[in-house]
Design a protein around this ligand. Structure first.
Ligand code: SF4
Ligand code: SF4
Length: 268
């Protein structure tokens, strides 16, 4: 009888699981005949950090980047909006960023490109349980990197691909998508809140306008030093966006509302 594993998305159900200390062989370099073959006709989910890094790399606002380089797939099972990298319109659907010499945005390449051939799933939220990522090995037939002799564990691979360094920032996003509010899998955010989620997580420049060019700072009592850091630093603004979402989506009292804003609401 096959084992039921409800934590695993269907597209990963038949992949080899990688416990943290298990080794796999892999190497990727320009001398392999498959070099850049993986950079075409591929589904690459973008994280909020990916969107910001790629936008800055290309000298675009996040709004322009999303309009030009992203797809927003909609399926009936989707609880939260996701963002995927749009492949080019050519017959082979190459990634817009691939060059003869490899990835043209290498230092800012998306999380999925860094992690390949390792994939990750996050189990659904459960009461009192910190969601722990589950890792898998993708063994695509076209990829010859699996024949290379060097051995890795998942933590070693993450370190080598500079994924660990983004971890603190990505953790704020995971806290939102795995929030206990979703436990049971039956609750659905309303369209207004889905829009808030999308803007705060993915369209950071639109979120910046919301914070700095509306009455936001009159309503919320934020430390002046934090406000200045948010003006200058994308990472600080993104960190704050995840914090704000805890209040805006789930009603957590993580921000202090100014007394004047409370009074205005009562007299309105
Ligand atoms: S080894 Fe795999 S990941 Fe590297 S270029 Fe070839 S197909 Fe892509
Ligand atoms: S972003 Fe870079 S690594 Fe990722 S698919 Fe495009 S070219 Fe390949």
């Amino acid at each position: 009888m096959s084992q039921v594993t409800p934590d695993v998305p269907p597209d990963l159900a038949d992949k080899r699981r990688l416990p943290e200390n298990e080794h796999f062989c892999f190497g990727c370099h320009p001398d392999l005949p498959c070099f850049t073959r993986c950079c075409a006709d591929v589904n690459i989910l973008l994280t909020p950090v990916d969107v910001v890094r790629l936008s800055r790399r290309l000298g675009m606002s996040t709004t322009e980047f999303l309009d030009t380089h992203a797809l927003l797939p909609i399926t009936k099972d989707l609880k939260l909006p996701t963002v995927m990298l749009k492949m080019s319109d050519t017959e082979d659907k190459r990634c817009s960023f691939v060059t003869e010499a490899g990835c043209g945005v290498y230092e800012d390449r998306p999380w999925s490109c860094r992690m390949y051939p390792v994939a990750m799933a996050l189990p659904p939220a459960r009461v009192g349980v910190e969601p722990k990522p589950i890792y898998f090995l993708l063994e695509d037939g076209f990829c010859e990197g699996h024949e290379e002799p060097r051995e890795w564990t998942v933590p070693e691979w993450r370190e080598d691909q500079d994924v660990a360094a983004r971890e603190e920032l990505e953790a704020g996003f995971r806290e939102i998508v795995s929030h206990p509010w979703f436990i049971g899998g039956t609750r659905q955010l309303d369209p207004k809140r889905l829009d808030m989620f999308f803007t705060a997580c993915y369209d950071l420049d639109k979120f910046r306008t919301f914070v700095f060019e509306t009455t936001f700072l009159e309503r919320f009592d934020l430390e002046p030093a934090l406000v200045e850091r948010m003006r200058e630093d994308d990472d600080e603004l993104l960190r704050f966006a995840f914090r704000w979402l805890k209040m805006a989506l789930f009603g957590e009292p993580v921000l202090k509302v100014r007394d004047s804003a409370k009074t205005a609401r009562r007299t309105a």
